[in-house]
Design a protein around this ligand. Structure first.
Ligand code: FES
Length: 127
């Protein structure tokens, strides 16, 4: 069997076949964050109905781990109540992916932070 070189199978799956990639016209919430460690960028768009995230898309200029973690974050957030989705942490994302190499943990910040920004944006607009 090939020796695992740092990335779990789930990370590779989400990297090769990322879910919810794209942009959204007129999203209900939009979040954009830059990663202070590497300078990469992440954008998340959400459509919300009755406080449930009905649809979600992401666009990133990040590395493979950023792609895999955003794909996972969008999968975790879809169908959730916004307050539940707000509690998704980068550790949840990394756990769901069966771990990330330590030097790549900063990449998972992007996805979780952009999701939080998008939800905050939605809440601000709703007021
Ligand atoms: Fe920048 Fe991973 S190296 S997001």
């Amino acid at each position: 069997m090939a020796k695992q070189i740092g990335y779990s199978k789930k990370v590779m799956d989400h990297f090769m076949n990322p879910k919810n990639v794209g942009i959204m016209e007129n999203p209900d919430g939009y979040g954009k964050v830059g990663n202070p460690v590497c300078g990469d960028l992440m954008e998340i768009f959400i459509k919300v109905k009755d406080d449930i995230i009905e649809d979600i898309k992401f666009k990133t200029f990040g590395c493979g781990s950023a792609i895999a973690t955003s794909s996972m974050v969008t999968e975790l957030a879809k169908g959730k109540n916004i307050d539940e989705a707000l509690k998704i942490t980068r550790n949840d994302v990394a756990d769901e992916l069966d771990g990330l190499p330590p030097q790549k943990m900063h990449c998972s910040n992007l996805a979780a932070d952009a999701l939080q920004e998008a939800i905050k944006d939605y809440k601000k607009k709703k007021k």
